[in-house]
Design a protein around this ligand. Sequence first.
Ligand SMILES: [Zn+2]
Length: 180
Amino acid sequence: MKPGWRSGDGARSARRLRTSEQLEIEELARGVNQGHGVKAPPTPDYLLADPQSYIIRHFDWERLSAATMRVEPGLWLVCLNKNHSKVRQRFSLAHEHWHILQNEAMAFQLDALDERRANHFAASLLMPSDWIFYFWEAYKGDLRRLCSRFKVSRQAMEVRLKELGLAVQGGSSIGRRADK
Ligand SMILES: [Zn+2]
């Protein structure tokens, strides 16, 4: 990692965010969709990165998900892993968006909690809880349809469902066969 760059793969830790903080981040993310009059998934790409101030480039990386660098005040270079699926790149972009909004993108060392906040923001932005509850019912917990509707990876959806108390069993949602 070069000076001025911050990697998108943060350290893992068992420490968790406080519930109040989680709710605060949820509300912030909800406001982004609401503020743009978006009433149903998927969260549009233009809400994940301001086209005026973000330059997005793709790189052939082995495992790094994303990295962000400030080019000049108000202009950011966000690099994404082109080998990751489009839906995973959306999550990475939303994650980097949080760091930029928080002015953390130039910090050299973010701790595990910073990374959890960024992940929680990305999940909340792409999968607002009220939308998830609605479509969980509408699709009868069909994981594949949920992922395709919200434009997120299966992994991200599974984590989010679990977080919202909608149990996923054996890699598939309850009552449905696994799509493997
Ligand atoms: Zn991060």
